[in-house]
Structures are given as structure tokens and as C-alpha cells.
Design a binder for this molecule. Sequence first.
Ligand SMILES: Nc1ncnc2c1ncn2[C@@H]1O[C@H](COP(=O)(O)OP(=O)(O)OP(=O)(O)O)[C@@H](O)[C@H]1O
Length: 242
Amino acid sequence: MAHPASIRVEQVSKNFGSSNVLHDITLHVPVAQIFGLLGPSGSGKTTLIRMIAGIDDPSTGEVYVQEKRMPRLDMLSKIGYMAQAEALYSELTAKENLDFFATLFGLKGALRKQRIHEVMELVDLTPHMNKQIASYSGGMKRRLSLAASLLHHPDILILDEPTVGIDPLLRKSIWQELERLSSQGITIVVTTHVMDEADKCHRLGMIREGKLIAVGTPDELKQATASSTIEEAFLHYGSVQL
Ligand SMILES: Nc1ncnc2c1ncn2[C@@H]1O[C@H](COP(=O)(O)OP(=O)(O)OP(=O)(O)O)[C@@H](O)[C@H]1O
């Protein structure tokens, strides 16, 4: 076996009432890979990663994380999840918010203080540690959410459009951090609309209308469609009749 799978999605479909939003998705993500999910708005990316994070369950099929069938409460400590909508308390400061999440993850004492400082440093928010979230910009809230998802040193990091509203310089440093985390063995699943970010992923999955229409490295997807950029490859797959 070349690489053990960190995440296995096996023949997963998802219905909301009578509407079928994911169709028969099978996907394996090896340990330490940065896997990007690309697809138009409404194609099902968030629905899929919520099932990987164990927040929702499939209608049919199975999701395994570290070979444990999801959803599973004891896997939550292994997973860091950053949603599109911020789950922050606006009347509290950044530090108070992180203190709250740290408590949920059982981080205590000096270790907790140190970790809060590390993650705040990482997202470049240290000078704003004691400001109320109500005074934060959209980008600052995204950065704080990312910091919160990293607090407990998760093995698996699941990020739903983490860099929306973040300026290019900081986006670059966040991607450097994701690469560093991956080199330490952390598996990362990230949804994105930003094509230069897609190029930084080790492997990509393209989703359209709830179907996984292509999976491969950025180079493989470009070669398969005779494209010079991921954007072109994406447009190619988007125009193919399913
Ligand atoms: N709880 C729900 N109940 C009913 N329909 C839902 C629910 N959650 C998602 N959907 C529908 O499922 C489809 C896929 O939504 P999803 O949020 O997964 O797409 P997405 O690819 O993440 O989009 P975006 O890029 O805009 O975030 C959409 O048609 C959406 O309206």
C-alpha cells in the first residue's frame, strides 16, 4: 500500500427532502495530502465536507476518517473544521472566543495560553487579541476562524473557502502554513473558488451538480484537458455534458 487513506468517501449520496444534491461520490484522500474541491456555487462542496467533518451524515454510502465510520463523536478532537459562516461570539474578544474553543477541546493552563498565542500569531491577529469580534472586518473573522480550527492540533483539517476576504499577502502566508502542516502529516481538505489556490493543492476534485466529474493532480487535470491553466481545465470539465 503506497499511502494509507486518511479519508474515504464511499458511494455517498445525499438528499435533502426530494432533492438529491450529491450523487454516488467515491473519493480517497491519503494522509498528509492537500486535497482541493472545486466546483460552481451550489454544486455540493459544503455538503460533502460537512459529511467528512461528521456534522452531517450521508443518505446512502459511507464516510471513513482514519478508518472510523463517520459521524463519530470521538473523532471530533481529530478534526479541525472551518465553516463558511463564522461561528464566533461577536460580543466577546478574540482571546475570549479562543479560550471558549480551547475549553471545548480540553486545552488547559500554560499549554492553552501558548497555543492561543501561536495560532493568533499565525493568522497575524496578535495585535487584535483583546478586541471585540463585533469590531473585526470580514477577513479578520475568517482568520480568527482558521486560528480556532487549528487550536487542538487536528490530524485532519477541513476548510470551507478559508481565504475569502483575505488579502493576497496573508493568503500566501496561510497557504505556506497549510503546506507546512501537510509536511507534518496533517491531511487537509479545502474548498476554493480561487484558481491559483487550486494549483497549490496536491490533488483536486471537480464537482458539478453533485457529481465528482474529475479527480487528479493539477498537472494531470491540465494534461487531460490540454489546458495550460486550472481555470481552463475547470471550464473544460464544466462544459462537458454529463
Ligand atoms: N440543509 C439543506 N436543506 C436543503 N437543501 C440544502 C441544504 N444544504 C444544502 N442544500 C442544497 O444543496 C445544494 C448544494 O449546496 P452546497 O452548499 O453543498 O454547495 P456549495 O458547492 O458548497 O456552494 P457554495 O460554493 O456556494 O458554497 C444546493 O442546491 C443547496 O441549496
